[in-house]
Design a binder for this molecule. Structure first.
Ligand code: ZN
Length: 184
């Protein structure tokens, strides 16, 4: 993997990352902006430069100067506590560990497992994932009952679900993640 860091005035550090991929993409992380390019493209090529310029232009309306602080594992535990009280489901154990292709999973015995990668997500998407998992302790599928409960606790959950999908699409996750669907 090739890294190149550049500074653009008014923006957090911009890093060009060469990857085994077909398309150009950009992601905004707490540490700065990453532009992901196919390995066979030169970072100095007009195509990449044009993509960077267009992307920065698009982003300039957003407040990038102060990117949100990255969440900590303690933050994740705190959010689980809040949501388990809200939904009124007991969570016996919470573990945060590396997970290959899921954001989270929940067992019928009340163990909630969260991916360490959650700390990279915005809080509102973390809340969506935790709420989704805990609602599964009430309804193990994604049927009408599940949807009704989600709407009750998180009225804009469908919008958050779409935003999570977009976040995944714009990130460089090697494994495609789905909201783990996963009662075990
Ligand atoms: Zn689910």
């Amino acid at each position: 993997m090739n890294h190149q860091t550049r500074d653009f005035e008014g923006f957090p550090p911009l890093k060009i990352v060469s990857q085994n991929r077909r398309t150009l993409a950009m992601r905004v992380t707490p540490a700065g902006i990453q532009v992901l390019i196919p390995a066979d493209l030169d970072a100095e090529s007009p195509q990449v430069q044009a993509f960077v310029e267009a992307s920065l232009e698009k982003l300039s309306g957003q407040s990038l100067a102060a990117p949100p602080e990255q969440l900590s594992v303690t933050d994740l535990h705190n959010r689980v506590k809040i949501w388990s009280e809200r939904i009124d489901v007991p969570v016996k154990r919470v573990q945060v560990r590396a997970m290959r292709n899921k954001w989270a999973s929940c067992s019928t015995s009340g163990t909630l497992t969260l991916s360490t990668d959650l700390v990279e997500l915005p809080m509102n998407l973390v809340d969506y994932i935790i709420c989704h998992e805990l609602v599964h302790l009430r309804v193990p599928n994604h049927g009408k009952g599940f949807r009704a409960l989600m709407s009750c606790y998180l009225s804009d959950w469908e919008d958050r679900e779409r935003r999570l999908a977009r976040w995944i699409a714009s990130s460089d996750q090697k494994v495609t993640r789905n909201q783990g669907h996963h009662m075990t």
